[in-house]
Each structure stands twice: as C-alpha cells, then as structure tokens.
Design a binder for this molecule. Structure first.
Ligand code: ADP
Length: 169
C-alpha cells in the first residue's frame, strides 16, 4: 500500500529516497523546481544529466518519461527527472501528465526507492491549472502499481497545499 502524504514547503529540503524534478527535456536545468534542485544539489546532478544527454538521451528526455541521476548534496539518494506536458490554450494532454507520475514511480521501483517526493508537475512555468493537475496527479499515484511506500506531494504554497488536501481528505 502506498501512503500519500502532503507537505507545504521546499522539495529540496525533503529527506526521502528520491526527489522528483519537474525538468525540461534538455535535462540541463531551468527555473522553478529544476533550478532549486540544481542549486541545492550541486554540480554532480548536472554532470549526470550531461552524461545522459551524451548517451541514451541525445535528443533530450521525452515528455511523460522519467530518468534518475544522483541527488548530489540533497538529503536523498536519487533525483528522478521527468518532463511534464505544457498546458496550452487548447488544454494539455492529461495522459502525458499522468505518465510523469507513473514513469517516475517505475524508475523508483527499479532503484528500490521507498519514499518519493513529487512537486506539482506542470503547474509552474508549464501553466497547468492547479486543481486539474492535482486531480490527475493523485489519481495517477492512487492507481499505480508500485512498491513505493510513501508518495509525498510537496506543495510550494498554501493554496496548492489546500487543493491537494481536499483531494486526499
Ligand atoms: P513546470 O515547468 O513543470 O511547470 P515548475 O518548477 O515551474 O515546473 O513548477 C512546478 C510547481 O512547483 C509549481 O507549482 C511551483 O510553484 C512549484 N515549486 C517551485 N519551486 C518549488 C520548490 N522549491 N519546492 C516545491 N515546489 C516548488
């Protein structure tokens, strides 16, 4: 059984086996969660990302997929990078957003991670409305077949926390 927990705060301050990064497909850093993870985790994470770009992800990590690196100086063993879909005027693809959570949990299972912290993927620079993204995130985690024992959603602000809290009950 996977327990879902909620925390309001900074995902880079979590003590977990794996921290999920809302990355972009370049894997070479960005703003938001991505920037915060690389800042606090240090250069070892970017070095691993560059190696991935030089090997199996020459064209970058496709949307909805996930891949792990070291967590550098974070209080975690791994960072799992996943690329959320961009929300457009016409909407976003909910299957791709759900896929980010499922693929990240599959990578966590391969690593043997038991506690995994997720941000609200796609709800920052990628523009997904929080209520809809939260519903997709919670549903994807609840229906995933995984050995991960704790999925911790780490929400940056009170409003996002409340949206998740209403769904988790
Ligand atoms: P995306 O590009 O997938 O939209 P962002 O990193 O821009 O990703 O934002 C995703 C969510 O993470 C947003 O709700 C944002 O407020 C939140 N966020 C930004 N920094 C942090 C942080 N350090 N810890 C947790 N959540 C964060």
């Amino acid at each position: 059984m996977t327990t879902i927990t909620l925390v309001q705060g900074d995902i880079t301050r979590q003590s977990v086996d794996a921290v999920v990064n809302a990355a972009n497909s370049s894997l070479l850093g960005g703003g938001g969660v991505d920037g915060a993870i690389h800042r606090r985790g240090g250069p070892a994470i970017l070095a691993d990302c560059r190696r991935l770009r030089a090997s199996q992800y020459g064209k970058g990590l496709p949307t909805g997929r996930a891949v792990a690196t070291t967590a550098g100086e974070l209080d975690a063993r791994w960072v799992i990078h996943t690329v959320g879909p961009v929300y457009q005027v016409s909407g976003g693809d909910p299957d791709l957003l759900a896929s980010c959570y499922r693929a990240s949990l599959e990578v966590a299972d391969e690593l043997g991670a038991r506690t995994v912290a997720f941000p609200a993927i796609s709800t920052g620079a990628y523009g997904w409305p929080m209520a809809d993204a939260a519903r997709i995130a919670v549903e994807a985690v609840r229906t995933a077949r995984t050995a991960v024992e704790e999925v911790r959603f780490v929400l940056f602000d009170e409003q996002a926390y409340q949206v998740f809290a209403e769904l988790i009950g």
